[in-house]
Design a protein around this ligand. Structure first.
Ligand code: DX5
Ligand code: ZN
Length: 216
């Protein structure tokens, strides 16, 4: 299991310090970019993401919840270990989007809303490094985990087979449900409020990791 703390639930006025606090236990930093069109929320964009990276070492896992990923993805200063994930429901054509993001030299992920059939991502499995399965409707942190995600992850895991594609899961993950998604095949776990809304964040991360490992 790998962990990608979602900074959406952190203090946006203090992003770097918030990230630093959990960095020793994190594999990535999950950064939610929203445009107010694809989802009904606005967050941060390239200028903030690019500048808050200074002083951080772990790679960025950038989740684009925006209508036009091809237009905005090149504005993120990415490294080869970073991931940029776009949504299959965005307005850009997925094969072209994959080609454009691949050209930036980072890893590439494809994500889908809970209402989108899981088979919608199957045609892209030879072209991406990661599939991000949403277990809440994208847009806000702190929502309740949708249990239907477990079966979707298991179906995706079957379909991936031997391909070098990581399954990630995002939305409502906590110590009570992380075991189910890991057992189903998720490897990169995104968690926001289960970490940043807790009084002791380090203890919260340890609890998540322990709960995930119990099932392995
Ligand atoms: C929701 C975002 C998630 C969110 C997860 O649209 O994509 O990354 O921050 O937050 P929690 O873990 O609180 O559901
Ligand atoms: Zn996210």
């Amino acid at each position: 299991m790998k962990l990608s703390p979602s900074l959406l639930s952190a203090d946006f006025g203090n992003l770097r310090a918030e990230a630093k606090q959990v960095e020793p236990l994190a594999d990535y930093f999950h950064i939610d970019v929203m445009d107010g069109h694809f989802v009904d929320n606005l967050t941060i964009g390239p200028p903030v993401v690019n500048s808050f990276r200074r002083g951080l070492e772990k790679p960025f896992d950038i989740h684009l919840m925006i209508d036009y990923p091809i237009h905005y993805a090149p504005r993120f200063e990415v490294q080869s270990t970073d991931i940029i994930t776009f949504h299959i429901e965005s307005k850009d054509e997925p094969f072209r989007t994959i080609e454009e993001i691949r050209g930036l030299g980072c890893k590439i992920g494809i994500s889908l809303r809970p209402v989108t059939p899981i088979a919608a991502v199957f045609p892209y499995l030879d072209l991406v490094d990661l599939v991000l399965v949403m277990s809440v409707d994208p847009g806000f942190g702190g929502q309740k985990f949708m249990p239907a995600a477990v079966k979707r992850i298991a179906q995706l895991w079957e379909e991936i087979g031997d391909r070098p594609v990581t399954i990630s899961v995002d939305g409502g993950i906590n110590a009570a449900n992380v075991g189910m998604v890991v057992t189903a095949g998720a490897e990169l776990i995104v968690a926001g409020s289960a970490i940043f809304k807790q009084p002791d964040r380090i203890a919260a991360v340890h609890a998540l990791i322990a709960a995930a490992n119990q099932t392995q």
